[in-house]
Design a protein around this ligand. Structure first.
Ligand SMILES: *Cc1c(COP(=O)(O)O)cnc(C)c1O
Length: 210
């Protein structure tokens, strides 16, 4: 789909992350040249390579599973890590951020589906983290919100998104979280209905992946 057409169809307050995983840098450059700056990748190595080859002012979003020993490769430049799924990972990001003398912005990934392949925190783990001194402990990490993914079974997505959205609103009665990263090519409209303000769109922008 034409990128500008797509962008115009989405409310202005919604941040679009163009998910460029598996796509060549030339394709990314085409979208960048239209004025778009936010791109998402799910693999560290691929992101590092593309970061080196493309303009410096791109905002790189990591959306896939992040291993602790790989945090160091993206720490100098990463814009937002959507996929923080354990406190150990958060602690490692904090350490690498300090080494690089910068604050790294993150989202906590919520595990909502029963899919054993999906990782993240459940609501009670998040409750514990928000009630403890988590945010004072990790001074080089800033938690900006949550990321969620619906299960493969579409019929469950509405209920899942509703739960995540309610939790986001509940936490925001006390905290001032900025982003709810919810929604991909096939479910972003439903996600927006449930207050998502950051959508991760791959195939709709770049075409299907092999
Ligand atoms: C690949 C991916 C997307 C984008 O998926 P599309 O269906 O191509 O829009 C979004 N979020 C995550 C976590 C992904 O891995």
């Amino acid at each position: 789909m034409d990128f500008n057409l797509f962008k115009r169809s989405v409310p202005e307050n919604i941040k679009i992350v163009a998910v460029s995983k598996t796509k060549p840098v030339e394709k990314i450059k085409q979208i960048y040249d239209l004025g778009h700056k936010d791109f998402g990748e799910n693999k560290v190595q691929e992101m590092v390579r593309k970061h080196q080859e493309l303009p410096d002012d791109i905002n790189w979003h990591l959306i896939g599973k992040l291993q602790r020993n790989k945090v160091k490769y993206i720490a100098p430049f990463i814009h937002l890590i959507h996929s923080v799924d354990s406190e150990k990972l958060l602690s490692q990001i904090n350490k690498e951020a300090e080494k690089n003398n910068r604050i790294i912005n993150v989202l906590l990934q919520i595990k909502i589906s029963n899919d054993p392949l999906k990782t993240g925190f459940n609501f009670s783990e998040l409750d514990n983290m928000f009630s403890s001194f988590l945010f004072l402990k990790y001074k080089f990490v800033k938690v900006l919100g949550f990321m969620g993914m619906g299960s493969v079974d579409y019929s469950k997505n509405e209920e899942e998104f509703k739960k995540i959205s309610n939790y986001f609103k509940e936490i925001n009665q006390i905290y001032d979280l900025k982003y709810l990263s919810l929604g991909m090519s096939n479910d972003y409209k439903l996600a927006i209905k449930y207050d998502s303000n950051m959508i991760r769109i791959g195939s709709l922008i770049f075409g299907s992946r092999n």
